[in-house]
Ligand binder design. Structure first.
Ligand code: HEM
Length: 468
């Protein structure tokens, strides 16, 4: 790796390298600047930048609160970033996740690409959608803390924002639930791309015999996740010069995905009854892992350490999908070496379509008959967060061409069982002597809000603020 490609981790915001899993609570503040008063907006940014958490060095204690900041094009503009600089950002970021729709006009292309239709249409979103009152967002301040400290942290940040924000910011609260299981009950946060050149914990750098434990091809070039570095196509999104405000930054996709847990459980139970399997067996075929995180392809831990549950491929192990159905969530979201006729090429292509996931659940856990005082209708779901250098080629490609695609990897019908994409067709579970086909009545997930952001490097934020 050349010097130019040594990642400046002290300039990269902390959420790129860490999900802050020791900090169980999080808050996402979405706001709009009150005015174009550059001086005031930049002064606030100047002070905040000093408090932001970098990827390196990690805070002396992992329980220290963390803060990271992402901005939309309008947020950058209201901090004085000029139009020609803005034009250097990608088209999809500038256009936004839910481009406005004029009355009577067809559904915008991007909304179709994402499959944000019917109940998931931006028409009904709580924020970031087509409703003019809640549509425009300038920024996202992400706060992470322990349960006893989160309220204080939110209050403190809101206080210093009071002068610069229009209305009260929207405050969304996330939390890691017991055993890191999301609302459908599956352990989450197991598979993340490994960025080449990341600071290594000594235990994942080498195995006992001194050989690398990382599978060949498992590391991914920094440029897939950070602007200014070489990516898997041997190209760079920026030319890497120091003053480019995109350097050490990445795009951040934020979506509020509501989960209908009772409907999911009822569906799983009905299917299990029909085919004579257990509920857990069916649920695992929809996701591609058992609820405890064990992958269907390699049910026994494969190796040791934190990679044990993630150390598997599909081509040689399970090309036909008899262990892990081809349409299961994790197989669509990251097909690893399984697309096309040659596993090595497939693996290389997969590396161009990875995302770092930093999402967290919101809302209380569902319990049967409202046992913990929460009704079936209580709001719960996932604040889905993905980081990538190329929204169209990474997040959008995964969502559109893999998760929402009825013909994914040779399938005839069906979309990702846990996707929001409305689809009347069934789900196929490969089996012997014949495949099982089941109908999903309606999506168990509904999009409730979303926006595309940019998560700048810390120096870039300093440079923007420095004119204050
Ligand atoms: C409410 C919605 C969702 C839920 C409950 C959910 C849940 C999960 C779970 C439990 C896993 C397995 C744990 C792991 O491998 O880390 C997983 C993996 C994954 N999900 Fe999702 N997910 C959701 C939406 C999405 C969306 C919208 C995308 C992308 C557009 C996505 C992309 C991925 C990826 C890339 C993986 C890792 C696959 C791998 O590398 O093997 N997920 N998800």
């Amino acid at each position: 790796m050349g010097k130019k490609d040594e990642v400046e981790w002290d300039d990269v915001q902390g959420i790129v390298l860490s999900g802050y899993r020791e900090l169980k609570r999080s808050a996402y503040l979405l706001w709009r600047f009150q005015s174009d008063d550059l001086r005031r907006n930049r002064k606030w940014l100047y002070d905040l930048t000093k408090r932001l958490t970098p990827s390196q060095p990690r805070p002396s204690s992992n329980t220290q609160p963390a803060r990271n900041l992402a901005l939309t094009p309008s947020g950058l503009r209201r901090l004085g970033v000029d139009q020609s600089t803005l034009n250097s950002f990608s088209f999809e970021f500038l256009e936004g996740m839910a481009p406005a729709r004029a009355r009577g006009a067809p559904i915008p292309r991007r909304t179709n690409v994402l499959g944000d239709l019917e109940a998931s249409s931006p028409e009904y979103w709580n924020w970031g959608g087509w409703n003019e009152d809640t549509r425009d967002i300038d920024g996202l301040l992400m706060l992470f803390a322990e349960e006893t400290e989160i309220d204080q942290l939110i209050e403190a940040e809101m206080r210093v924002m009071a002068d610069i924000v229009d209305d009260e910011p929207i405050v969304l609260r996330g939390q890691l639930l017991d055993e890191d299981k999301e609302h459908f009950g599956f352990k989450d946060g197991l598979s993340q791309p490994k960025i080449e050149g990341r600071p290594k914990k000594s235990k994942d750098a080498h195995s006992k015999n001194g050989k690398s434990e990382i599978k060949p091809g498992a590391e991914i070039k920094a440029g897939e996740f950070l602007l200014g570095y070489e990516n898997e196509r041997k190209a760079r999104v920026t030319d890497g010069h120091d003053r480019d405000i995109r350097r050490n930054g990445t795009y951040l996709v934020f979506r509020q995905l509501e989960q209908d847990v009772p409907a999911f459980n009822t569906f799983v139970c009905d299917v299990a009854g029909k085919i004579g399997e257990t509920d857990d067996w069916v649920a695992a075929r929809l996701l591609g892992r058992w609820k405890n995180g064990d992958p269907l392809v390699a049910e026994k831990p494969n190796g040791s350490g934190e990679d044990a549950k993630n150390n598997f491929l599909y081509w040689y192990e399970d090309r036909a999908g008899l262990r892990c159905p081809i349409g299961a969530h994790i197989r669509r979201a990251n097909p690893r070496d399984s697309l096309g006729p040659d596993p090595e090429t497939a693996m290389h292509l997969s590396k161009m379509h990875r995302i770092i996931r930093r999402g967290r659940p919101y809302g209380e856990r569902w319990e049967p008959n409202g046992a913990n005082g929460n009704s079936d209708k209580a709001e719960r779901g996932m604040f889905f967060i993905a980081l990538n250098a190329d929204i169209a080629g990474q997040f959008e490609l995964i969502q559109h061409s893999w998760i929402n695609n009825r013909h994914f990897n040779g399938l005839y019908t069906g979309t990702d069982p846990i996707s929001h994409f409305p689809d009347g067709d069934g789900i196929t579970i490969q089996n012997r002597p014949t495949n099982l086909r089941v109908d999903r009545p309606k999506p168990f997930v509904t999009v409730r809000g979303g926006a595309y952001f940019f998560l700048p490097g810390i120096q870039a934020l300093h440079d923007i603020a420095a004119f204050a």
